[in-house]
Design a protein around this ligand. Structure first.
Ligand code: ADP
Ligand code: NI
Length: 221
């Protein structure tokens, strides 16, 4: 099977799996990551097949929420690629991307080991910030039954993935615990550049949110 064909049927497969997901891991997230990853990959001269398959399959295990099983993603991707006779080397590269893509807390360095991994991680992170990132954070928080904000609840800078996973509070804290940290953790030049504007927009959002919440808006003169 030609590489383009494998990418196309993988896209169809993932679209079917994720249709109607409401937790922030829907097909549209995957599609945006795929498109952003492809643009960044072209600028970085990364391998387009590896990047596209990595982007399409990066959240493959999340659709059924495999809590705590970090190999569930790579395993599901491997099974899919094996069924389509993908070369072993391609399969390994894609699985490695899936293993390395995730944010694991403020104190954990998760820089991917390959250029293609960096491209996919940057594309995934772009989708976690800016207007879309704000929307996804509140959608996720609602899905988990969390409060939007809780005055006096301090953000935590998690030192390990375990701590990060089990110790989360109101959605506004997620901005300090992950979203605001991302701008300094992009690996590609294009990713870093695109992140600036999205970051500034989120800062403005949180400032306005807190002003409204605490009755500190300045009335027009
Ligand atoms: P990604 O798909 O970017 O790897 P995750 O699987 O960690 O991200 O989370 C999916 C989406 O939900 C992201 O936009 C992320 O920022 C958001 N999210 C994750 N944890 C929380 C949380 N505790 N509160 C609010 N949003 C969250
Ligand atoms: Ni993702």
């Amino acid at each position: 099977m030609k590489a383009e064909e494998l990418v196309a049927i993988t896209a169809q497969h993932v679209e079917k799996l994720f249709a109607g997901e409401g937790s922030g891991h829907d097909w549209w997230h995957i599609k945006r990551v795929w498109q952003n990853a492809l643009s960044i990959a072209r600028l970085e001269n990364a391998d387009l097949t590896v990047v596209q398959l990595g982007a399409l399959l990066h959240d493959i295990a999340d659709w059924k929420f495999n809590a705590g099983d970090e190999e569930a993603g790579p395993r599901a991707a491997k099974k899919w690629l094996q069924e389509h006779d993908a070369p072993e080397e391609l399969m390994e590269k894609v699985c490695q991307i899936i293993r390395e893509v995730t944010f694991k807390g403020a104190g954990v360095d998760t820089t991917p080991s390959t250029l293609e991994g960096k491209v996919v991680q940057d594309a995934d992170r772009l989708d976690a910030i800016g207007a879309i990132g704000i929307g996804r954070a509140f959608a996720y928080g609602g899905h988990k039954g969390r409060e939007m904000y809780h005055p006096g609840e301090e953000p935590r800078l998690h030192a390990s993935f375990e701590e990060y996973k089990k110790n989360q509070g109101a959605t506004l804290n997620h901005f300090y615990e992950k979203l605001f940290l991302l701008k300094d953790r992009f690996s590609t030049a294009a990713g870093r550049q695109l992140a600036q504007q999205r970051h500034a927009y989120m800062e403005q959002f949180v400032e306005q949110f807190l002003q409204e919440w605490h009755g500190e808006e300045t009335p027009p003169a």
